[in-house]
Design a protein around this ligand. Structure first.
Ligand SMILES: Nc1ncnc2c1ncn2[C@@H]1O[C@H](COP(=O)(O)OP(=O)(O)OP(=O)(O)O)[C@@H](O)[C@H]1O
Length: 259
């Protein structure tokens, strides 16, 4: 099992070749085991930031460091041992079964002598996501929520030190959403997740990074950062924020005409 990583992002920028950056000036640090929710309106750069964290987008400026090592100085295999990603884009409609999908998470750990203990890790990951009963089914035949749980199971089988998730509660029903959040909180991992639902951001995260137009608008402890002023500024809505069982709950409405 990889230990949770310390993640440092320093003055990060990314843009498509020959075009202005769509993400810039992003800096933050997470202690090992911290959980960050990245929030912000559509098109604010959340997925772009995640792509920089799992080594798809090479920064055009700045650096991403895992335990002090530049992500781009680590090879892809070394990165895959440390970072797992659960993305919104479902994999193509291939013929893999659910078990084979989850087993694919073990690839970075397979050495010359195979992957000792890997089968147990795979079974454990499927049990945690309640998909053991679906192990023999073709992934492509699963419901949206079942697919999402299989993708999280694959990431867990990878035993990363950093888990990056793009809208992990998408497609999940209310109970599975709450269970997924509890599961993430129970993992001894550093976590970065984009979340549109601020209730779940407050439930899951100890820190929040708000992006606006590809730039950081706020970074700090979740309970302090998720305040009405930030929500109004970021999303253009009025918010009432209520403490609730150690977390926060949010009610919204559009601003009154002329307000
Ligand atoms: N490869 C690319 N080429 C051109 N523009 C891009 C590319 N990737 C992202 N962008 C642009 O960068 C901006 C940020 O996109 P991104 O997907 O990171 O936003 P987001 O905050 O995740 O949005 P959403 O909440 O809608 O998922 C958008 O305007 C998007 O069109």
């Amino acid at each position: 099992m990889t230990a949770p990583v310390r993640l440092e992002v320093e003055n990060l920028a990314w843009g498509p070749p020959g075009r202005p950056p769509v993400l810039s000036g992003v800096s933050f640090a997470l202690a090992p085991g911290a959980r960050l929710a990245v929030i912000g309106p559509n098109g604010s750069g959340k997925s772009t930031l995640l792509r920089c964290l799992y080594r798809v987008n090479r920064p055009t400026a700045g650096v991403v460091k895992l335990d002090g090592h530049d992500l781009w100085a680590l090879g892809p295999r070394e990165t895959a041992r440390r970072v797992a990603a659960v993305l919104q884009e479902a994999p193509p409609d291939f013929a893999f079964t659910v078990r084979e999908m989850v087993e694919a998470g073990r690839t970075p750990h397979a050495g010359a002598f195979g992957d000792r203990g890997g089968a147990t890790v795979v079974e454990d990951a499927m049990a945690r996501m309640e998909i053991a009963g679906l192990a023999g089914r073709r992934f492509a035949t699963l419901s949206g929520g079942e697919k999402q749980r299989a993708l999280i199971a694959r990431a867990l089988a990878q035993q990363p030190g950093l888990l990056v998730l793009d809208e992990p509660t998408n497609h999940l029903d209310i109970r599975h959403r709450l269970e997924a959040i509890e599961l993430l909180k129970g993992l001894d991992l550093t976590i970065v997740a984009t979340l549109h639902d601020l209730d779940f951001a407050a439930d899951m995260a100890d820190h929040v990074l708000a992006l606006e137009g590809g730039r950081p608008a706020a970074f700090g402890p979740a309970q302090e950062t998720l305040a009405p002023a930030l929500i109004r500024r970021s999303f253009g809505v009025e918010a009432e924020v209520t403490p609730w069982r150690g977390s926060l709950r949010f009610a919204y409405r559009l601003p009154e005409e002329g307000a």
